[in-house]
Write a protein that binds this ligand. Structure first.
Ligand code: UGA
Length: 441
């Protein structure tokens, strides 16, 4: 019989994983400690903007008309423990307040809540991004607390989904990494992922520490690639070169590759920034901090981009923000997402506001989250309204709809036709032809 699946934690990762598992044909029970989230998901609604996720959820959530009924949600660990053969732990691991280290409290509490209730054999599968060494510690805790003892086993199976592509990345991952300590655990994971495996997805079997490190090293590599191209942007600026052309040209070398070479205001979000910091902190604990000192530079190049954007904007309005109106297009940390966690766009908007400008922000999906985080900024219901009367327009999140804006229409309402492209994503010619002063980072 197919294993029954539970998913603990229903954020980006968990909600997507639960819906994807139901899509693959499994009976799934999702758990969250937040009853409001469970109520929303049970009604077929997703608490964040993620393309395709709500549709997928509605195809499976029990009680929704025409759904498969394979997906349910609960707040009860008892129910989860009784129901599941495989328990995916998908809770978040944020950065600790005021520290680089990762905050493990949600992972720990998921294990402490579930393990004492496991009265029948189960595989607990960790998906959260954790400091290396966590899985071994959690495995010991699991068999210590579980009434079934050694029959409650742990596997570590990191997740590589990108926000904005969460559904496709989960249904068709480019690799599956299985950190296991027994053949039984490997067999169960192969059964759960039978569909992507049949479609040819590589399956990498490894030990716990390697599985944990694959995740943090992958994100560190991606962050390094972005900071590398942003460092080249600094040099290009000093030497009058063009970093967009440079990225295109070096990207033709397949060993380098074209992806993740877009220079701009840098990376943000709930993953890359905190993951590289947590990785440095953990390496320090292990006595391997020297190996990762370059990540400090990756982080500081990234933060410098935000400051540089603020400087360019200040220069553009004549050297002081006092009495100036600045329009900011974009609040989410990247397009196709409403996530504003550590968003470079909002950080820049916030800095400019603190320096005395009147800042008005528009984002297609991130407005509510932005308002909650930065209530003192101004918000407008459209791009056109945001730029009304602006002395400078900043393009900070590269939504498709911003690329399709009409420079003539916007030009008619701004105070000064001046645009700074913090993402190198607009077509300079289109803006210049409409008499805008266009400048990119
Ligand atoms: C990232 C990884 O890409 C996923 O593989 C990983 O699973 C995920 O973190 C995670 O750990 O959960 P995500 O945070 O959704 O995914 O976003 P990315 O697409 O990686 O973008 C991160 C940031 O880098 C964004 O702010 C984006 O604007 C910026 N970026 C990306 C650039 O500045 N330049 C680029 O060329 C690419």
């Amino acid at each position: 019989m197919a294993p029954k699946i539970t998913v603990i934690g229903t954020g980006y990762l968990g909600a997507t994983h639960a819906a994807a598992m139901a899509e693959l044909g499994f009976e799934v029970l999702g758990l969250d400690v937040d009853p409001a989230k469970i109520e929303l998901l049970s009604a077929g609604r997703v608490p964040m903007y993620e393309p395709g996720l709500e549709d997928l959820l509605r195809q499976h959530v029990a009680g929704h008309e025409g759904s498969s009924g394979r997906l349910r949600f609960t707040t009860s660990y008892e129910e989860v423990a009784d129901f599941g053969d495989v328990h995916f732990v998908c809770v978040n691991t944020p950065q600790k307040q005021g520290e680089y280290a990762c905050d493990m409290r949600y992972v720990d509490s998921a294990f402490e809540s579930l393990a004492p209730l496991l009265r029948r054999p189960a595989l607990v599968v960790g998906k959260s991004t954790v400091p290396v060494g966590s899985a071994s510690r959690l495995a010991a805790r699991l068999s210590e607390l579980a009434p079934v003892g050694e029959d409650a086993e742990l596997a570590w199976n990191p997740e590589f989904l990108r926000e904005g592509f969460a559904v496709q990345d989960t249904l068709r991952p480019d690799r599956i990494v299985a950190g296991v300590t027994s053949e039984r655990a490997e067999k169960v994971l192969r059964e759960v992922y039978a569909a992507p495996l049949a479609a040819g997805t590589p399956f990498v079997v490894t030990d716990f520490p390697t599985a944990e490190l694959v995740k943090t090293s992958a994100n560190s590599f991606l962050a390094t690639k972005i900071s590398f191209i942003n460092a080249m942007a600094e040099v290009c600026e000093a030497a009058d070169g063009d970093v967009v052309k440079l990225a295109e040209a070096i990207g033709h070398d397949e060993r380098i590759g074209k992806k993740f070479l877009r220079a701009g205001i840098g990376f943000g979000g709930g993953c890359l920034p905190k993951d590289i910091r947590a990785f440095m902190a953990r390496a320090g604990e292990l006595g391997a901090d020297q190996a990762l000192t370059f990540l400090r530079e990756v982080d500081s190049i990234n933060m410098r981009r935000r400051g540089h954007m603020v400087e360019l904007a200040r220069d553009a309005v004549g050297g002081s923000f006092l009495g100036k109106r600045v329009a900011v297009l974009g609040a989410a940390f990247k397009p196709d997402s409403d996530d504003v966690r550590d968003s470079p766009a909002l950080n820049v908007a916030g800095q400019i506001h603190l320096q005395g400008a009147q800042v008005t922000v528009f984002d297609p999906k991130g407005m509510d989250n932005a308002r909650a985080l930065f209530p003192t900024l101004g918000y407008a219901p459209s791009a056109l309204d945001a730029v009304r009367g602006a002395h400078v327009v900043l393009h900070l999140t590269e939504w498709r709809e911003f690329r399709e804006l009409d420079p003539e229409e916007l030009g008619a309402v701004v105070d000064d036709r001046r645009i700074l492209d913090g993402r190198n994503a607009l077509d300079p010619e289109v803006w210049r032809q409409a008499d805008w002063t266009y400048r990119a980072l």
